[in-house]
Ligand binder design. Structure first.
Ligand code: UT7
Length: 315
């Protein structure tokens, strides 16, 4: 599996910690020290996630220098998007004029890795040669804006990649165990047959529990993919970790005993964009020309489920 193009898109509106402190009992000092976040991008009235997803997809196609008609599959990952149905992947397909099966997946914040695993399986089964993956997330729609312990963490955005089957094998490790540490119930509505109190979806998180699970699982998954590839941390050029908390990135960095420069991050400007965070970061460093042919990259992500996964690829 080889990544031949990347793209991303973020909302125009930047929301700083000080702006949040205007309506929440919080401060720039608390948020920066505990999470590393200084600001995040948030979708507002005149924009929507579909536009971001399409823009990221078009950028990735342009970067890969291929026409959408060459795509064999479009996989879009999202936790929350503009549609219950059709899949956002179908809308992207129409917008880029592709003619291939298109569907959405939901693997929470680990979704980029889970989607890579499905894409890799399709390619190994001979079902696809070129696949567009888009991770697009409107997290600020599902956060509870009265809960300071969670709403300050999230941002919106979309990241996309194009992969082909013309490349060396990648190594992927994924796992899921049930935990109620991070949940968001679906909207509850009244029907003629089910009278219930109507409720909107709200995200609830046990922060400390998620923090511990995140460090444990990310360290384990990264080690597993390096072992499978018979490589060590020294061989890896960049570790691109889910941007959930800079302290989690630091903990993994210490665990692997690798230099700071191997752990690029953008959480300070983007917040936690769920499954979009790793492809957004990948696109940033790719566009900055930081990745060279043959470099070994490790992606690692974790989130609700509890789910986690890592992927090791050669650029
Ligand atoms: O993508 C999904 C994955 N999600 C994550 O990875 C999140 C993982 N967890 C975390 O990143 C951290 O646990 C948090 C950033 C959510 C919280 O940091 P913490 O160091 O674990 O803080 P805490 O929950 O133990 O809270 C410490 C204090 C509490 O006050 P008391 O009880 O000590 O008086 C909280 O009420 O900080 C308070 N607090 C805040 N204060 C100001 C919680 N949120 C805020 C806030 N502003 N926004």
């Amino acid at each position: 599996m080889k990544i031949i193009g990347t793209g991303s898109a973020i909302p125009r509106r930047e929301v700083t910690n000080d702006m949040l402190a205007e309506f929440l009992d919080t401060s720039d000092e608390w948020i920066s020290t505990r999470t590393g976040i200084k600001s995040r991008r948030v979708l507002s009235t005149d924009e929507d996630l579909t536009q971001l997803a399409i823009q990221a997809a078009k950028e990735a196609l342009k970067d890969a220098k291929i026409d959408a008609s060459e795509l064999d599959y479009i996989l879009c990952h999202n936790v929350s998007n503009d549609f219950e149905t059709p899949a956002l992947a179908c809308v992207i397909q129409g917008a880029v004029s592709a003619h291939c099966p298109s569907l959405d997946l939901n693997g929470a914040c680990s979704g980029f890795i889970f989607t890579l695993d499905c894409a890799n399986g399709l390619m190994k089964a001979g079902r696809a040669k070129k696949i567009l993956i888009v991770c697009a997330e409107h997290m600020t729609k599902m956060t509870d804006w009265t809960r300071r312990e969670s709403c300050v963490l999230f941002g919106d955005g979309a990241g996309a990649i194009i992969i082909t089957d013309e490349g060396p094998d990648c190594e992927i490790s994924i796992s899921t165990t049930y935990s109620d540490a991070l949940t968001c119930n679906a909207r509850v509505v009244t029907t003629p047959f089910s009278q219930q109190e109507e409720k909107y979806a709200k995200l609830v998180m046990k922060g400390r529990e998620v923090f511990k699970l995140a460090v444990q699982s990310s360290a384990h998954d990264i080690q597993e993919v390096m072992d499978k590839a018979h490589l060590t941390a020294e061989d890896v050029r960049f570790f691109l970790l889910h941007q959930a908390n800079l302290r989690i990135v630091d903990a993994i960095k210490s665990h692997l005993d690798q230099p700071e420069e191997k752990f690029p991050h953008n959480i300070e400007r983007r917040g936690n964009t769920s499954s979009a965070s790793v492809p957004l970061l990948l696109d940033e460093i790719n566009k900055q020309g930081m990745i060279k042919e043959g470099d070994i990259l490790v992606f690692s992500a974790f989130g609700a489920g509890f789910s986690s996964g890592a992927c090791l690829i050669r650029w």
